[in-house]
Design a protein around this ligand. Structure first.
Ligand code: GLN
Length: 259
């Protein structure tokens, strides 16, 4: 009887020990969970529905939700910072930011300076004109016209190409897309060359003022970008992207911003 009791006591003691060490374990896990890496994400937030500001000034959008979903999947956190589009690549090179999530088109020229993730969405360039302008159906109708584009964008590059080819007479560049659109609305330029889904979002906000003329000019894919050689972060982004596509999160985000 005495022996049986002491066996029970030893048993209880063991359970107690396991419980205590279990506790110690979970405290340790919690501590390391609090120390997840925080990466600074740069974005130019006049690019709806990919990145824009809400009424409180917070940066929201498709890219922001997607990079947050990837971060959650891969156990890191992001802090989003507003940066001029043409300053994003210099900012990542100087180490001021770790990641670009800014509707940035994957181009060969940029691949020389930064490393892109796998493409996460397809977009493309379009010509926009005033809603009452029925003269323009394609690039061939742009002879001697003045265009506006966002500085450093692929729309800017396309417009410059058309200036160099003797088609457009001039391209005026502006730091943000809202100003580019305002320039068209105010009649300061004849056309805008910008990413089609973004121009469509501006049209949706203010129907009947501007419209898309003709077909998509060029097909492009967006990628997230990291500093050249930052394989660790790039792998996390690509793996996380794959996971959020497979588990349906990507589709939810797409429905939220494109329906
Ligand atoms: N997709 C275009 C580019 O990469 C424009 C991006 C943007 O203005 N945010 O140049």
């Amino acid at each position: 009887m005495k022996k049986a009791l002491s066996m029970v006591l030893i048993g209880l003691l063991l359970v107690g020990l396991v419980a205590v060490s279990g506790c110690a374990d979970s405290t340790e896990t919690e501590a390391s969970e609090n120390e997840v890496p925080v990466y600074i994400v740069g974005t130019e937030p006049t690019f709806p529905p990919f990145e824009m500001t809400d009424d409180s000034g917070a940066i929201i959008g498709f890219d922001i939700d997607l990079i947050n979903a990837i971060a959650e999947d891969q156990d890191f956190e992001v802090q989003v910072q507003s940066i001029g589009f043409d300053a994003l690549i210099p900012a990542i090179q100087s180490g001021n930011i770790d990641l670009i999530a800014s509707g940035m088109t994957i181009t060969e020229a940029r691949e020389e300076e930064i490393d892109f993730s796998e493409p996460y969405i397809e977009a493309g360039l379009a010509i926009a004109v005033a809603a009452d302008n029925d003269d323009i159906e394609s690039v061939d109708d742009l002879q001697d016209l003045v265009a506006a584009a966002q500085i450093g964008s692929t729309g800017h590059a396309k417009a410059q190409e058309l200036v160099d080819a003797g088609v457009l007479s001039e391209v005026k560049t502006f730091a943000s897309v809202d100003v580019v659109m305002m320039e068209l609305v105010n009649g300061g330029v004849d056309v805008v060359i910008n990413d089609m889904p973004v121009t469509q979002a501006y049209i949706n906000q203010q129907p009947g003022v501007i419209k898309i003329a003709g077909e998509k000019l060029e097909s492009e894919s967006y990628g997230f970008a990291v500093r050249s050689g930052n394989e660790e972060l790039l792998t996390m982004i690509n793996t996380g992207l794959q996971n959020v596509i497979e588990d349906g999160t990507y589709d939810e985000i797409q429905t939220k911003y494109f329906s």
